[in-house]
Design a binder for this molecule. Structure first.
Ligand code: ZN
Length: 476
């Protein structure tokens, strides 16, 4: 008798955070899985960018090429591609995943960035209820109404909402009182995210199991939101891990003997210092000074420099945590470094000298070019510079892949580390998307008897064949 598979994606939990949560007793159920059900924590590398659209595409489709960031500029369609509220991925979706065999083909894919061939998404897409409205999707109301009609759910939800709003307000006040700077926009969304979507997703997974879907893939984002707001090591993030543990317990107790369960994360988090706080000005303002006459538009941010009709050119900047892509927006194709240096000789030298910038990358033909501090990095100097972040050989391979994307910026900028904190181009207390530290090292929690080895996985797309194989082995 074949078995079915349910995969729980807990966003933003690094292998280090998981191990810390286990060590401190915040995840008693996951500890039980390890002690009594034969599970083990397997570390893997998500690749660069360490961000959800990239990692999740890799896991679900086995192909995450041309996804350079959480948001990016599509030069050909002239679209800012982004996920979450106001997702625009559908405007370029036809360019992606051609010929891929999705992990959740004919299964259920709940609260994910992509439909991944699923027969049903239970009306819940990634922080957004519109991209989920594909032909195979049931309406969100079809899940929501029965959920809320149950007085137990409603009571649970109302009670937890009140409790969470209270706790988050207290955490916010405490953090401010201690002179820290929690990221305010995240504080409200993480409460809503935490309680509502998390509960609803958990309910949808239980429903999908009752209806016999396989495989089921479901995304839980409460930890990620909380870590952005307060930092991954904060007590709020620790509490979010307890909540994740509770969710895993609830789903596991409904799995019966028909389902096997896998828990995984897509990337980790690092503590951050916002660029604007570190340099005194936002990145867009700094770039506008480096490119006189240019209109510099931070995508999902402010614009700097002369107004559009007076500008001599336009630069678009997309920022995802400690990673920024710079696009000369009037061009339909990516610019090689030789041309860039001829047109704007001062740009890369000025960027590489910024204290808040750890690494600058561009491309000349097939060659990857790197700069840091006063010098261009080559040979042993490049190896030494990269090994500050990760195994230099592995990181060079991951960066080279990102640098090969046509969708990447003409110049790619990585935030510097100041102590154990990374300069982050967005206003967050915890971030990811870039290189260095726990953000590159997520985890997979799987049964030892399945014989899974992730030690050679250098990118999330390499999990796809491993999980597809597990799905097929379980089914027979
Ligand atoms: Zn995130």
């Amino acid at each position: 008798m074949g078995r079915k598979l349910v995969v729980l994606h807990v966003d933003g939990v690094s292998a280090d955070s998981l191990e810390q949560g286990l060590g401190e007793g915040d995840m008693p159920f996951v500890q039980h899985l390890i002690n009594s059900e034969g599970y083990e924590v397997l570390r893997y590398r998500c690749g660069v960018p360490s961000t959800t659209p990239f990692a999740q595409a890799g896991i679900l489709y086995g192909d995450n090429s041309e996804i350079p960031s959480f948001r990016w500029w599509d030069r050909e369609r002239r679209v800012l591609v982004q996920f979450g509220a106001g997702s625009t991925f559908e405007k370029v979706a036809d360019k992606y995943f051609d010929g891929c065999m999705p992990l959740t083909n004919d299964g259920a894919c709940i609260a994910a960035c992509y439909p991944a061939g699923a027969a049903d998404d239970f009306g819940i897409a990634y922080q957004d209820r519109t991209y989920g409205q594909q032909s195979k999707s049931r309406s969100a109301a079809a899940v929501l109404v029965p959920y809320l009609a149950n007085p137990v759910h409603l009571g649970d939800w109302v009670w937890q909402t009140v409790a969470m709003v209270g706790r988050t307000a207290r955490d916010y006040a405490t953090a401010r009182g201690e002179g820290r700077h929690p990221a305010r926009p995240y504080v409200v969304t993480d409460v809503v995210e935490e309680i509502f979507v998390h509960h609803l997703t958990r309910y949808a997974v239980q429903k999908a199991m009752r209806e016999g879907f396989s495989p089921i893939y479901a995304g839980f984002y409460a930890f990620d939101e909380t870590a952005h707001a307060f930092g991954p090591g904060d007590r709020s993030a620790q509490r979010a891990l307890k909540h994740v543990d509770h969710t895993v317990r609830r789903i596991a107790s409904a799995r019966g003997d028909r389902y096997e369960m896998v828990l995984l994360s897509d990337h980790g988090h690092v503590d951050t210092i916002p660029f604007a706080a570190a340099s005194g000005r936002p990145l867009g303002a700094v770039l506008a000074q480096m490119l006189p006459g240019f209109r510099v538009q931070e995508m999902k941010g402010k614009a700097y420099g002369p107004p559009d009709d007076l500008a001599t050119g336009r630069l678009h900047v997309t920022m995802s945590g400690g990673l920024a892509h710079l696009y000369f927006a009037d061009r339909g194709r990516r610019m090689g470094y030789r041309e860039l240096a001829a047109q704007h000789p001062g740009l890369v030298p000025s960027l590489q000298r910024l204290e808040q910038v750890g690494l600058v990358m561009a491309r000349d033909g097939d060659e990857d070019l790197f700069w840091s501090g006063p010098v261009q990095l080559r040979g042993a100097a490049l190896t030494a510079a990269l090994s500050r972040y990760e195994d230099a050989q592995i990181l060079a391979t991951q960066l080279s892949r990102l640098n090969s994307f046509e969708a990447s910026g003409d110049v790619i900028v990585f935030g510097a580390f100041v102590g154990d904190k990374q300069v982050n181009f967005e206003n967050q207390a915890g971030g990811h998307g870039s290189i260095g530290g726990a953000q590159l090292h997520p985890f997979l929690l799987a049964k030892r008897e399945w014989g899974i080895d992730t030690s050679a996985v250098l990118g999330a797309h390499e999990l796809h064949p491993i999980l597809s194989d597990l799905r097929d082995r379980l089914a027979t």
